[in-house]
Design a protein around this ligand. Structure first.
Ligand code: AMP
Length: 580
């Protein structure tokens, strides 16, 4: 993979053109490189017997799930030589959040992953500056966080991919352009206390509020969390800005020293007054734009399970574009959005053919031939498989993608959801795609009643017979003056109905035969989903990677929500508890 950070715009455009025009050749060359390099590994040797032929790869190598290859990963993590799976040394183990699809996974990795990460960032620098004029004139207030590192029994560091990148030389020696210029000193990103780090990120961003051109967090859920911290701490932030000194509870020494330098002991009473007068306004609609008036866009992943946060972000950010740049995982960087200013519902990602070798299993029945990236068809849906330079071969990622178009010859994919069934009571099998469809329709019903969806999750309740689907919803009034929210039965009944109506024929068959009971909406208190996130983070999930589970399986998580239920509505009968 070439290093393109020093290229000028014209050269970077050429790289993008080449990448997207020569998909087949680049993918075939990459597969050849992977197989030639790794043919002697124990894993490949057992299927390919030293060959690096594509034909043999397609014929002999099994398509696997994470569970199938976990024993190999465990051996490397426990101290055996990397060449069980990879010719290049495995230097790191990533822990994937797993919150969107089950248990946490541990995945082998090495610098090749970061090459892909840095490469896609460098392309994004070019793409975004092409679309967002003037973005290079200021800084980014980017809420990057590191979190704790542990070690495998064999001594390999275990952390999230984002953490590793921030601690690596790639970040330390990053190119000096607008994309890598931040309001926060590196120490704020590298600290290990999330509460302190988020507070300091905000403080640095407020002090330099006129320089902020973009605001970002990896996932939309992280951005919503930032806004909550702002709501809880703006008075204290203002007092720090007024005095020029940082609150005593910021004890992380690296972070404390670096932020104290930003404040410089200089009192800023005028700035503090301005921020105070904005934050004390009754309505926080558009607050981000008011506090950071030069901001050109908000950067966060808003597709898949993150789509539920779009109404909340639109509320606080007003008409600022929401830019969802990257589709990636702990397994690999997959693709980037080459049209960053498109509407949320039009977001697609162009897979980068030089980062990993991609294959696709068609979702449509009757077509089970695995196809290459260059052979996917417009309008068809696929499950993604990955083969890469750091020990993964034909592994299912668990995501479903639909081809929506092409950038030159490179297919663009819409993220449809995780492939696994989420909810199932009888022979019904409801996956994320259907759940999102149902939720989109319910969101419209809520909006027509002046309510805004804050967060949701689902649960298959089989404690009574027949079992039924439960949808937990946290909602707010669009008009923030309304604190004493009344839950209109008609609205929620309508939500139940449109949701059930969105599920597939099998679900409806089960419902009409009473194999599945009426869908239930349980409305939960303000802040319940924050408590759920805190629970997950307390168990070691990185805050950067946390995703609200679209289906909740953990008993403790269900308990958190259950203690906060304030109203219940069923498709056929309505049983409100009381109103907030
Ligand atoms: P993790 O390995 O914990 O970072 O989780 C990776 C998973 O997050 C992917 O396999 C997707 O299911 C989801 N994900 C990552 N990027 C996006 C995106 N841009 N849109 C939707 N889902 C995403």
């Amino acid at each position: 993979m070439s290093i393109i950070s020093d290229f000028n715009d014209e050269e970077k455009e050429k790289v993008l053109e080449d990448l997207t025009s020569n998909v087949k050749q680049i993918q075939d060359d990459l597969l050849k490189e992977i197989l030639t390099l790794n043919s002697g590994t124990e894993y490949l040797q057992s299927f390919l017997h030293g060959s690096s032929s594509k034909e043999l790869f397609k014929k002999n190598l099994p398509i696997v799930t994470y569970k199938d290859v976990k024993p190999y990963f465990d051996r490397v993590a426990n101290g055996e030589s990397s060449d069980v799976i990879s010719a290049l040394p495995i230097t790191n183990v990533f822990v994937s959040s797993g919150t969107s699809g089950g248990a946490n996974k541990i995945l082998p990795s090495n610098n090749k992953f970061l090459d892909g990460y840095a490469f896609s960032n460098d392309l994004l620098v070019h793409i975004i500056s092409k679309h967002v004029k003037g973005v290079e004139r200021g800084k980014g207030m980017i809420f990057s966080l590191t979190g704790h590192e542990t070690k495998t029994p064999g001594g390999l560091p275990i952390e999230s991919s984002t953490s590793w990148y921030l601690k690596s030389d790639y970040f330390k020696n990053r190119p000096s352009n607008w994309f890598y210029s931040f309001t926060s000193p590196d120490e704020v990103m590298l600290g290990s206390d999330i509460k302190q780090n988020l507070y300091c990120h905000l403080l640095c961003g407020l002090v330099q509020r006129d320089e902020v051109m973009r605001i970002g967090s990896t996932f939309a859920s992280g951005m919503v969390r930032v806004i909550k911290v702002l709501q809880d701490s703006w008075k204290e932030l203002c007092s720090n800005i007024r005095s020029g000194y940082l609150s005593e509870w910021i004890t992380d020494s690296g972070c404390r020293n670096a932020v104290s330098m930003v404040l410089g002991g200089q009192p800023r009473p005028n700035l503090s007054d301005e921020i105070e007068s904005i934050c004390s306004q009754k309505s926080w609609k558009g607050i981000m734009k008011k506090l950071w008036p030069q901001t050109k866009y908000i950067e966060a992943i808003i597709t898949g399970s993150m789509a539920q946060y779009v109404p909340t972000l639109n509320h606080y950010c007003d008409d600022l574009p929401l830019v969802s740049t990257t589709y990636a995982s702990s397994e690999s960087i997959f693709g980037i959005n080459t049209y960053p200013l498109c509407k949320p519902e039009d977001i697609s990602y162009t897979l980068m053919p030089n980062i990993s070798y991609f294959e696709f299993i068609p979702v449509e029945e009757g077509s089970d031939d695995v196809v290459d990236l260059a052979d996917v068809k417009l309008g068809c849906s696929y499950q993604l498989l990955i083969t890469n330079l750091w020990g993964l071969y034909r592994m299912r990622i668990g995501d479903m993608l639909k081809v929506t178009g092409f950038h030159n010859k490179a297919p663009q994919f819409r993220f449809m959801g995780r492939e696994n069934t989420l909810l199932s009571i009888d022979t019904d099998r409801t996956n994320e795609e259907y759940l999102f469809k149902a939720l989109n329709r319910a969101t419209l019903v809520l909006e027509s009643s002046d309510l805004r969806l804050v967060a949701f999750t689902s649960y298959a309740d089989i404690s009574s017979s027949p079992g039924h689907y439960v949808i937990y919803l946290e909602v707010k009034a669009k008009n923030e003056d309304i604190r004493d929210l009344k839950f209109d039965e008609k609205t929620f009944l309508e939500c139940c109905l449109v949701m059930e109506d969105s599920f597939d024929d099998e679900y409806r068959y089960c419902r009409s035969n009473e194999f599945v009971g009426p869908l239930e909406i349980r409305v939960v208190n303000d802040g319940s989903f924050d408590s759920l996130m805190n629970l997950s983070i307390s168990k070691g999930t990185s805050v950067n990677q946390y995703k609200t589970p679209t289906c909740i399986t953990s008993e403790k998580g269900v308990q958190v929500l259950e203690t906060n239920v304030v109203a219940r509505f069923f498709t056929l009968s309505i049983k409100p508890n009381h109103s907030m």
